[in-house]
Design a protein around this ligand. Structure first.
Ligand code: BG6
Length: 462
């Protein structure tokens, strides 16, 4: 079988430049991708392949994990061809078919790096391309725009591609420390034995970004933080953190364990005690954002997993743009000690930008005193050598797709359950006419998100 051609729809978009090209460059340079691979970049703009590669070079220089060298880039870019095409024009696909035919490219991996509303348009266009239906397709999240559109999309895609060849990407599943959660939890009895509501008071999952929407208004304004981050990335983390021991550590067993968490999410009784939405000041001035848009750029949630393990332990989730920092972390806050002066033990899994584990515990203050102070153990694993050795999320996932490994991709039932939950939450918020709270850029988000926790005696860990 020949090396599959890698075709990217949305080849001039932010995702391709920032993530996909650097990932493909790293794979090529690290000899993780076949030398004879063809990379076809599809975009509407009028570039020659040479012009496109000039742009690609700048992005690879800026974002690739492995050091950029002219020599490596020349070899890599020799695989790239730019193909100008309007992918919403159904007539354009017969020419694409011809283009592949002339080059004898019959084996395909398609990457849909476009907004979800274009997925089915491209899939139906590809019916005009010989052998496309035997290929693989990688789809960016969010998969659909809500539950109903996701269902329709799934049916359409499964009509065309075989289910085993549909790879729904969630790049958080490729992040090193997200993969590490299970090892940290299950291979250390000091954590696994305490991993339940008897010992854990609350769990916080935070994904803060200091960037705004960076010219992605067209997509983002129709999406918002709940659909862009919570429904997919943060629900994946939630279900990995909260899952039961899987029967074995196989992809299917892990997946079943994650699904059981999503099924156990407690239906929302009081939306005011569950969700706070915010929008940064100045959002309306962003390109392609509607003048009075009520799209949220911040979301904070208080959720419960109703099963024996987690009865009574809240899961707090927050994410937002234009905040005071770029950071993803999971904080596990243990129940207080019976010694009044002792602080609560806190375990933090640091996912980004630094990767590592932080543990806070109590010790006696040195000297002639009984005073209790907190010791802070901070393990950091992303030093320079590790960074060079550890593939980034997109590299891992593209490689996994090439190798037919579906373990770290979102499965349809996960997507269905999480859409169902998020849609209901959003509807309730709108139904109750709750405001979208403003927050200043460079802060931790709206004050109401702090009040959400304070009302229950908790605080965000910063
Ligand atoms: C994407 C979202 O899926 O994840 C973006 O669409 C967000 O809005 C990005 O900025 C964050 O990814 P990372 O890897 O930088 O945390």
């Amino acid at each position: 079988m020949s090396t599959p051609t890698f075709t990217i729809f949305g080849g001039t978009g932010d995702l391709t430049f920032r993530k996909l090209l650097p990932a493909l460059y790293n794979m090529h340079t690290a000899k993780d991708s076949a030398d004879d691979r063809q990379i076809i970049i599809i975009g509407r703009r009028d570039y020659s392949t040479e012009e496109y590669c000039g742009k690609a070079r700048d992005w690879v220089k800026k974002f690739s994990r492995l050091p950029y060298t002219d020599e490596d880039f020349e070899k890599f870019s020799a695989q790239i061809s730019y193909y100008k095409m309007d992918f919403i024009d159904s007539n354009a696909y017969s020419s694409l078919n011809l283009y592949y035919k002339e080059r004898d490219l019959n084996d395909h991996i398609f990457y849909f790096a476009v907004a979800p509303r274009f997925f089915s348009i491209i899939a139906s266009g590809l019916t005009n391309v010989k052998n496309a239906c035997h290929g693989k397709v990688i789809l960016e999240k969010p998969f659909g725009e809500d539950l109903d559109s996701a269902k329709v999309l799934n049916i359409q895609l499964e009509k065309f591609f075989s289910a085993k060849n549909i790879f729904r990407i969630d790049h958080y599943l490729g992040k090193e420390m997200i993969r590490n959660i299970q090892t940290l939890r299950f291979s250390n009895p000091i954590f696994s034995n305490l991993w339940n509501s008897r010992y854990i008071e609350s769990i916080q999952i935070s994904a803060s970004e200091d960037m705004g929407i960076e010219g992605r208004g067209g997509y983002y304004d129709a999406s918002g933080a709940l659909k862009d981050m919570v429904q997919n990335h943060l629900f994946q983390i939630l279900s990995i953190v909260a899952m039961e021991w899987p029967e074995k550590f196989s992809a299917d067993a892990m997946h079943d364990a994650q699904i059981r968490v999503l099924r156990a999410l407690r239906p929302v009784a009081d939306i005011r005690e569950t969700l706070v939405l915010g929008q940064y000041e100045g959002y309306h001035q962003e390109q392609l954002v509607k003048p009075h848009s009520s799209t949220e750029t911040y979301a904070a949630l208080r959720l419960f997993v109703d099963n024996e393990r987690w009865w009574g332990t809240p899961f707090y989730i927050r994410t937002g743009k234009k905040l005071d920092r770029r950071e993803i972390k999971i904080a596990i806050i243990f129940r207080p000690s019976f010694l009044e002066k002792a602080a609560q033990n806190i375990l933090i899994i640091k996912i980004q930008p630094s990767e590592g584990v932080y543990l806070q515990f109590n010790i006696k203050k040195p000297g002639d005193t009984d005073e209790i102070i907190q010791a802070k153990m901070d393990f950091c694993q992303n030093d320079y050598v590790n960074k060079l050795n550890t593939p980034e999320a997109y590299e891992r996932l593209i490689k996994a797709c090439i190798n037919d490994n579906t373990s770290w991709f979102s499965q349809w039932d996960q997507i269905e359950l999480s859409w169902n939950f998020i849609d209901k939450l959003h509807e309730l918020y709108i139904w109750e006419k709750l405001p979208i709270f403003k927050y200043a850029a460079g802060t931790t988000g709206p004050e109401q998100a702090n009040e959400l926790l304070r009302g229950f005696g908790h605080e965000w860990i910063d």
